[in-house]
Design a protein around this ligand. Structure first.
Ligand SMILES: [Zn+2]
Length: 297
């Protein structure tokens, strides 16, 4: 008897528990999906801090660096006057082991790789956004778009940057863009060359803002602004600003600084180091001798 009365209750309880469990699992699945969707969307819109400075790897000991000297200021920057007198963020720009990353030969050549993974029309739109950013910097430093990557000082690619692993974080961070440079020697002169990777998720005004920002790094602003209205602000913003007077003031100050780039080793330095440098560089179809690589995000 007791058994008979217990069974229906037990079944009701069981089915109740099952319903609760299913409802809970359903909710959990929906919540999980929402988290994923929100993350994907926020990544597409605001891939967080777009870039960051990574520590410069140890410079190979065999390499001698020409002693740093300033180059003469490019006329475009010499002419620049800031009517708003809005200052700069030069203190945020880091010199590297070769000094400031200034170009000394103009125009600086830029190669824009036409994307292959998207339609011709989408590729054209993408290239046009990149071209616009190149045009925006052109009044401050002469730039020239070239058709082959071999001769380019700066190469721009539509490609996801490698995930960023950092010591404190368990999970790697996605980056919307990454700018790296390499150093090479040609006839004993030290030069650099830049590579810019732009994440395929970047489109429209965010793509334009990313190229504008990364080109700022590649032109020598190796650091970030703390003010949102500057193109070199460290984070992405909803309404990306154009190149600001503060960006140009900072660029101008960078070009007044000493650098080892664009200079040659002294005769004494050369005889000391030439043999060792060449053997460490490996194959030297100039100007491809890779000495060192570092990145800014
Ligand atoms: Zn940056």
């Amino acid at each position: 008897m007791g058994g008979k009365t217990q069974h229906p209750i037990s079944n009701t309880q069981k089915s109740f528990i099952w319903r609760r469990l299913l409802a809970f699992l359903g909710l959990a699945a929906i919540a999980g999906l929402l988290v994923i969707l929100i993350n994907v969307q926020s990544f597409a819109m605001f891939p967080q801090a777009r870039d960051f400075l990574t520590k410069t790897p140890q410079y190979p000991k065999v390499t001698k660096i020409p002693s740093p000297k300033p180059h003469s200021l490019p006329p475009t920057l010499a002419q620049w006057q800031d009517p708003t007198n809005s200052g700069d963020y030069f203190s945020q720009v880091a010199p590297t082991q070769v000094g400031y990353l200034v170009w000394s030969q103009f125009p600086v050549t830029v190669y824009i790789e036409t994307p292959k993974a998207i339609s011709t029309r989408q590729a054209e739109t993408w290239v046009n956004e990149v071209l616009q950013a190149v045009q925006e910097w052109n009044p401050y430093l002469p730039l020239k778009v070239v058709e082959t990557p071999e001769v380019a000082d700066i190469t721009i690619l539509r490609k996801a940057p490698p995930l960023q692993f950092s010591p404190g974080n368990k999970f790697p961070r996605a980056r919307s863009a990454l700018t790296t440079y390499v150093l090479y020697t040609k006839e004993n002169f030290l030069y650099h060359r830049f590579n810019i990777l732009l994440h395929p998720s970047q489109t429209g005004k965010y793509l334009l803002a990313a190229v504008r920002h990364e080109l700022g790094h590649a032109l020598g602003i190796w650091g970030h602004s703390q003010i949102e209205s500057d193109a070199l602000y460290f984070s992405q913003v909803r309404n990306p600003p154009p190149i600001s007077p503060r960006d140009v003031n900072t660029l101008k100050r960078v070009y007044e600084q000493p650098t080892s780039l664009g200079w040659t080793l002294s005769k004494a330095e050369r005889t000391q180091s030439a043999l060792r440098v060449h053997s460490s560089l490996g194959v030297g179809n100039p100007p491809s001798g890779l000495i060192h690589r570092t990145a800014l995000a």
